[in-house]
Design a protein around this ligand. Structure first.
Ligand SMILES: Nc1ncnc2c1ncn2[C@@H]1O[C@H](COP(=O)(O)OP(=O)(O)OP(=O)(O)O)[C@@H](O)[C@H]1O
Length: 249
């Protein structure tokens, strides 16, 4: 049983084919980076994995259940681009935003039980924001806000975390802290993780598996194999030669 099992998946918006015959398995403990040019279907693939869209052909399974009927939502944590995430004028504290991740599990409102409160505080500590517990979300920096959203996704202790361009709009220093947190979640907390990013130079220093997408899957395999062949893979996938910027992360 795989956390994510995609077979013969095709998807079109109206008549436009966006994903063609994708086959991809994510194993327990993988940290998979999905790369591809603008408009290559990365977010569409994430929406299919989350069961928000239905395949035109083929299937997407999460832990052996069809993604569109997946009943154990608490096992999946999803973190989107920061700018798309929330109305920052909403007067909620860090604690309240993180606790909202538990409410969606319990489907109840009202004061948190003591155990839940402890879990909320423990998760806030994990993302390094203990001293900001009672601060309003809108008063935090972009990088801190993004860590709050990670805590909200983590508070149910999900097995699988999916990040879609999580560092867009986040300042450079926070991006470093953010990637350190991701590595910790993968290595110490043994989460299975999927990270969609434009930034091939950074992603290949963090993940252990890479998928290169542009409507079709041009590569899926170990990161070191991708790095050894990346010029050729990217030339095919991007249909022209691209220069990959290297980073010192
Ligand atoms: N709701 C929609 N209706 C019609 N077309 C859409 C819709 N959402 C996305 N598209 C189109 O589908 C294609 C793939 O979009 P998608 O957002 O999946 O790509 P992406 O690889 O995530 O892009 P980016 O890296 O720019 O975020 C794009 O051409 C986009 O314009």
């Amino acid at each position: 049983m795989y956390p994510i099992d995609i077979n013969e998946l095709s998807f079109a918006y109206e008549q436009r084919l966006i994903l063609n015959n994708i086959k991809l398995q994510v194993h327990d403990g993988d940290f998979l980076g999905i790369v591809g040019p603008n408009g290559s279907g990365k977010t569409t693939l994430v929406k299919l994995i989350l069961g928000l869209l239905r395949p035109m052909h083929g299937e997407v399974k999460l832990y052996d259940q069809l993604a569109s009927n997946f009943a154990q939502r608490h096992r999946i944590g999803y973190i989107a681009q920061r700018s798309a995430s929330i109305n920052l004028g909403f007067p909620a504290t860090v604690q309240e935003v993180v606790a909202a991740g538990l409410l969606s599990r319990h489907k109840l409102f009202g004061p948190l039980k003591k155990l839940d409160r402890l879990q909320v505080d423990k998760t806030i500590e994990l993302v390094g924001l203990s001293s900001y517990r009672r601060h309003l979300l809108g008063n935090l920096s972009g990088g801190q806000q993004q860590r709050v959203f990670i805590a909200r996704a983590l508070v149910c202790n999900p097995d699988l975390l999916i990040f879609d361009e999580p560092t867009v709009g986040v300042d450079a220093e926070s991006v470093d802290r953010f990637y350190t947190l991701l590595e910790e979640l993968h290595q110490c907390h043994k989460k299975t993780m999927v990270l969609v990013s434009h930034d091939i130079g950074v992603i290949t220093t963090k993940v252990n598996k890479v998928a290169c997408l542009n409507r079709e899957l041009y590569f899926h395999g170990d990161c070191h194999e991708f790095i050894s062949n990346q010029e050729q893979i990217l030339e095919q996938a991007y249909q022209h030669s691209v220069q990959v910027l290297s980073h010192n992360h």
